[in-house]
Write a protein that binds this ligand. Structure first.
Ligand code: ATP
Ligand code: MG
Length: 183
């Protein structure tokens, strides 16, 4: 599934609603140090269901909310919207009735995260599964952090296998099997 638009609102340094239109092919993000390039990628990871604050360089998940500057007050929520082209109809059955999918994650101070897919409230797990099946997702090897290549080289066999499973697009199955075993 092709990502077509990323919208940030109150996420980290993106205090005002900001749209990133993603065209097919290669997209480059350039800018001076501290302008928010890494924040953009973290927003992508976050909307796909990332639940480790450390993965978005925070101590707690609320740290993704715009914290304020000398001239602007802090916000009380952050929202990221990811739009996907589903014209190939690859989404799970529950969400596979539209050509466009819109995944929204919103975090409010003291109220945690809420997710919506095409306006319908869903669980974090639904969003994570949607992307795990599409072999993207917050933990996908398609998103390479700084330092991750050296981690892959030095990873223990079990951890390396997990990375290969993500790349093969079978981690959704793996998660479902794990949940079935717990029941
Ligand atoms: P580099 O080229 O150095 O990697 P970058 O373009 O990747 O820089 P980021 O790390 O994405 O930059 O952005 C860092 C900026 O985001 C800093 O100025 C930091 O103050 C700001 N920032 C991070 N979290 C928040 C927040 N919660 N509220 C407001 N600003 C934030
Ligand atoms: Mg950076």
């Amino acid at each position: 599934m092709q990502f077509t638009r990323l919208r940030l609102n109150g996420f980290k340094s993106f205090v005002d609603p900001t749209d990133l239109i993603i065209h097919p092919g290669l997209t480059g993000v350039v800018g001076p140090n501290g302008c928010g390039k890494s924040n953009l990628l973290e927003a992508l990871r976050w909307v796909m269901g990332e639940n480790r604050a450390s993965a978005v360089r925070g101590a707690g998940m609320e740290d993704v909310i715009f914290a304020g500057t000398d001239s602007r007050g802090a916000r009380h929520f952050a929202e990221v919207t990811l739009q996907l082209d589903n014209s190939a109809r690859l989404a799970p059955a529950a969400f596979n009735h539209a050509d466009t999918l819109e995944v929204v994650r919103r975090i409010t101070r003291d109220a945690g995260s809420a997710y919506r897919i095409n306006g319908k409230e869903v669980r974090a797990r639904d969003v994570q599964m949607l992307f795990a099946d599409a072999s993207t997702g917050a933990h996908s090897p398609a998103l390479v952090r700084q330092g991750q290549i050296s981690e892959l080289i030095s990873a223990k066999p079990k951890a390396r296998r997990r990375i290969l499973e993500e790349a093969a697009g079978i981690s959704g199955l793996y998660q479902r099997r794990h949940e079935a075993e717990l029941r």
